[in-house]
Design a protein around this ligand. Structure first.
Ligand code: ZN
Length: 394
C-alpha cells in the first residue's frame, strides 16, 4: 500500500567538473557553503550538499574517469543532472511506477548519499530529465536478541553476510543507537557488522543481580560471536568499548583479527575516575538528558550506579602496561585532538604500549564518535581492517 505522503522534491542534482568553483558560486548566490560532503563509492562520486529551503542542491563531482558523472560531464557538460523526489515507501512506489510503464534503471533500491535509498527512472521516459525516487533509510534495523545466562542482549546488524565480520562496542553507559550506529551505517557496505548493547545497557536486559564487570562484557561479546557463527571478527570499541575489545583481543587472541579503539583510555588515576564518575551522577543531569536516557536504557539510574562501581575499580589494574604489551593484533588507536574527557595523551599512551599499533588523530573537542568526522573515522577503520582494499589518495 502506498503511503498518503506525496512525493516531495528532496534535492536537485547538479553535475560539476570541479566542485571548488561551484561551491564558491553557491556561496555567493545563497550565502552558504555545503553542510556535508559525502563520497558514494559505488557511483564513483563525491556529493556536496547545499541547503536551499525545503530542498537541497547536490553537487555531483566524479571521483575518477569511470564515474557516470565523469561520462555525463564529458558528453553533456556541467549542469542539471537529476531531480530527486522523496517518498515514504520506495518499494511501493517502484511497483506503482513499473505498473504505469516506467522503466527503472535499478531493480532494487541502491544505497545513495545522505542515508538514502534511491532508484532512477529511464530519462527517455521522463522527457530528458533524469528522475530519482528516494526514501530515508530507517534509522536502525530492529535488534535481534542473543541469549546469555539469565536473559538476552540486543544486537543490531548491518551489511551482507559475505563481508568480513566486525563487532562494534559502545562506551560506558552508552548504547548502539546513541554511539556506534552512526559508524555502522558508514561501514555497512564493507562489513557484516554486529553491534551489541552490553548487559544493563540500551535495549539489552538489565540483569539487576549481576555485577557489570570487564569479564561480563567480554563474555557478552563472545556470546554474540558465537550467535553469529563467527570464530573470529575484527573488533572496534569506543571509550570503554575499546577497553573491552582490547581485553577480548588479549584474553582470546584467536577471536579477534584486527583491533581498533576510539577515544579510549587505559591508564586511570583517581582524578580521571572522579571526572568520569561525575558524568555518571543521575541527578546532576539536566531534565532533558534524563528524559532522553529513559528512552535509551531500560533502567538507566541503576546502570549509572553500577557503572560508577565499574569505573572505580579500574585503577586497580596495576599491570595495564603488561596487558597492552600482550596484545598482538594490529591495532588502530584513534582520538579526537581535544577530547574533553580523555586527553590526547591517553591515545598516545595506548599507541606507545601496544606492540603493533597505528595512530589516527581527528579534529574534535568532545568525547563521542559523532563529534569527529564520521566519514573520516570510517575511512581510517576501513583501511585498517581491510588493508588490501584501502584506496590510494593519489
Ligand atoms: Zn540524487
Amino acid at each position: 500500500m502506498i503511503s498518503s505522503l506525496l512525493p516531495r522534491l528532496e534535492h536537485v542534482g547538479i553535475a560539476v567538473a570541479d566542485a571548488a568553483p561551484v561551491r564558491t558560486l553557491y556561496r555567493r548566490l545563497l550565502g552558504t557553503l555545503p553542510y556535508k560532503v559525502e563520497e558514494v563509492q559505488d557511483q564513483g562520486v563525491a556529493t556536496h550538499f547545499i541547503a536551499a529551503g525545503a530542498a537541497k542542491l547536490e553537487l555531483l563531482e566524479a571521483l575518477h574517469d569511470d564515474s557516470p558523472i565523469a561520462r555525463h560531464v564529458a558528453r553533456r557538460g556541467e549542469g542539471l543532472h537529476h531531480l530527486a523526489f522523496e517518498v515514504a515507501d520506495l518499494a511501493a512506489h517502484m511497483e506503482r511506477l513499473r505498473e504505469a510503464g516506467f522503466r527503472l534503471l535499478q531493480d532494487e533500491p541502491q544505497p545513495g548519499a545522505d542515508g538514502k535509498r534511491i532508484v532512477f527512472l529511464h530519462p527517455k521516459d521522463t522527457h530528458g530529465v533524469l528522475v530519482e525516487f528516494c526514501e530515508s533509510q530507517p534509522a536502525l534495523p530492529p535488534p535481534t536478541r542473543v541469549a546469555v545466562p539469565g536473559g538476552s542482549l540486543a544486537v543490531y546488524s548491518w551489511g551482507s553476510a559475505d563481508r568480513p565480520p566486525l563487532v562494534l562496542l559502545h562506551g560506558a553507559a552508552g548504547s548502539t543507537p546513541t554511539e556506534t550506529a552512526v559508524l555502522a551505517r558508514a561501514l555497512a557496505p564493507h562489513f557484516h557488522i554486529a553491534a551489541l548493547d552490553f548487559a544493563g545497557h540500551g535495549a539489552s536486559d538489565v540483569f539487576p543481580d549481576d555485577a557489570l564487570t570487564a569479564d561480563r562484557f567480554v563474555a557478552d561479546v563472545q556470546a554474540v560471536l558465537e550467535a553469529f557463527g563467527w570464530p573470529a571478527a575484527h573488533a572496534f570499541g569506543f571509550s570503554m568499548g575499546g577497553y573491552i575489545a582490547a581485553e577480548l583481543a588479549r584474553r582470546h587472541p584467536d577471536q579477534v583479527e584486527r583491533l581498533a579503539v576510539h577515544a579510549s583510555n587505559a591508564f586511570w588515576d583517581e582524578a580521571l575516575v572522579a571526572q568520569m564518575n561525575a558524568r555518571l551522577q543521575p541527578d546532576a543531569l539536566p531534565a532533558r538528558v534524563q528524559a532522553q536516557l529513559d528512552h535509551v536504557h531500560r533502567d538507566w539510574r541503576l546502570l549509572f550506579d553500577r557503572m560508577r562501581t565499574f569505573v572505580a575499580g579500574l585503577p586497580a589494574l596495576s599491570d595495564v602496561a603488561d596487558r597492552l604489551q600482550a596484545i598482538q593484533q594490529p591495532t588502530l588507536v584513534t582520538a579526537a585532538d581535544q577530547d574533553d574527557l580523555f586527553p590526547l595523551q591517553s591515545a598516545l599512551d595506548l599507541h606507545a604500549h601496544l606492540p603493533d599499533s597505528r595512530l589516527g588523530v581527528l579534529p574534535g573537542t568532545r568525547h563521542g564518535i559523532a563529534h569527529v568526522s564520521v566519514p573520516a573515522l570510517a575511512e581510517l577503520l576501513h583501511a585498517h581492517f581491510l588493508p588490501e582494499a584501502a584506496r590510494s589518495f593519489g
